[in-house]
Design a protein around this ligand. Structure first.
Ligand SMILES: Cc1cc2nc3c(=O)[nH]c(=O)nc-3n(C[C@H](O)[C@H](O)[C@H](O)COP(=O)(O)OP(=O)(O)OC[C@H]3O[C@@H](n4cnc5c(N)ncnc54)[C@H](O)[C@@H]3O)c2cc1C
Length: 346
């Protein structure tokens, strides 16, 4: 329990912090075993997939479990395919697998880094599609009573980059072990998103969309293997119609996305860019120069606190100009586990 190992290669921000141990876990039995051992030694437990949505602020005083429970089971009926997927499958590989087996639908979610087990947590989404459109259930192992429970989609309380698994459950007490997806057979292309509008709807194939999205992502997003980052640092803010109309009056070129309930989603990257912060650097942390929504670890030397300082600066600038307080999408991890990211940025 006293070993100290580096987490640098297990978080996409490449934060050079340590944990007592890092363990790949291939079964529910192993998960429970490690959790019991940690509890006996009064140590914290942190579940990770690929570490692509976390910011470590300091050394983690406990054990890290990398969920690697594998397996994809496929069933079908006339209208859909039903996939039961182990939490330790890599998300992008699942997208590739589903397309290779002629089960189109997940192509807009290509190249999102990380593992299947984390996908429901923030209801991953990209290019106008979210996991919740496919998710039928999430299987959860509760450590404290060793029960495995199944939450259906309604119980998961999915929202924009949100679910019951974010903030509402104690994340040291459970692990997601499998996810159930339903992919409808009546495939149609989803090209509503601005950057996909150049594609021609008629006759387009799922593979063409997949390839287009992969190329686009590779062009605009930094590769974590080279530049430490966790994707979008902030969520896109959702505001009410009144506020939207006021902002639009002063910013007629402002991009937006109308929501079904009348509210309006703005693009955090555009707001940050308008504050002239693209490429802005504070110590070893910077706003990525090609996409302002991404904060990066310069030369792999930034600390979590440097990223927080930069994020606070960005938030204040956006609030000064637009009266909008951006909320972080990334989860903050301190010595004993997750801490309230919003509170730290204030
Ligand atoms: C370059 C880049 C681009 C990105 N683009 C997108 C995008 O387009 N859309 C999007 O939605 N996200 C995006 N992200 C964010 C990230 O890919 C997703 O949030 C992804 O789901 C994280 O998966 P992970 O396995 O790395 O999770 P981790 O970072 O390992 O974990 C995230 C959180 O979930 C918890 N957790 C992980 N696995 C489990 C489990 N099995 N049981 C219980 N808790 C668990 C962790 O404790 C942590 O709190 C991007 C990230 C990067 C680096």
């Amino acid at each position: 329990m006293s070993n100290i190992v580096t987490l640098k290669y297990f978080n996409s921000f490449a934060m050079n912090v340590c944990a007592h141990s890092i363990n790949k876990v291939y079964s529910e039995h192993e998960l429970l075993m490690y959790w019991k051992k940690a509890t006996e030694h009064d140590k914290s437990v942190l579940l990770l997939g690929g570490g692509c949505n976390v910011l470590f602020l300091e050394n983690f005083n406990g054990i890290v479990l990398l969920n690697r429970i594998k397996g994809v089971l496929v069933n079908e009926d006339d209208s859909a395919w039903y996939l039961h997927v182990g939490a330790g499958e890599i998300w992008h590989r699942l997208v590739v697998y589903s397309l290779s087996k002629n089960m189109p639908g997940l192509e807009n979610l290509a190249l999102i880094p990380g593992y299947v087990g984390a996908a429901p947590i923030q209801n991953i989404g990209a290019f106008g599609v979210e996991l919740q459109q496919f998710c039928e259930y999430v299987d959860v192992l509760q450590f404290y009573n060793e029960n495995r429970i199944r939450l259906n989609a309604t119980e998961c309380q999915f929202g924009y980059r949100d679910s019951i698994f974010k903030n509402k459950l104690d994340n040291q007490q459970y692990a997601i072990v499998a996810v159930g997806l339903k992919i409808n057979k009546n495939w149609y292309p989803i090209l509503r998103y601005k950057s996909l509008r150049s594609l021609n709807v008629s006759g387009i194939t799922p593979y063409q969309i997949f390839n287009f999205i992969c190329k686009l992502r590779q062009k605009i997003l930094p590769d974590p293997a080279i530049i430490g980052n966790a994707g979008s640092f902030f969520k896109n803010p959702i505001i009410d119609e009144n506020m939207f109309n006021t902002l639009l009056r002063y910013n007629p070129d402002m991009p937006y996305y109308l929501q079904r309930n009348g509210s309006v989603k703005l693009f955090a990257g555009w707001l940050i860019d308008r504050c002239h912060l693209k490429g802005y650097r504070l110590g070893n942390a910077a706003v990525y120069n090609k996409q302002a929504l991404i904060l990066i670890n310069c030369n792999q030397r930034a600390t979590g606190m440097e990223i927080i300082k930069l994020a606070s600066y960005v938030r204040n600038k956006v609030a000064d100009r637009f009266s909008i307080w951006l909320e972080p999408e990334v989860r903050f991890i301190a010595a004993q586990g997750e801490v309230d990211a919003l509170q730290l940025l204030q």
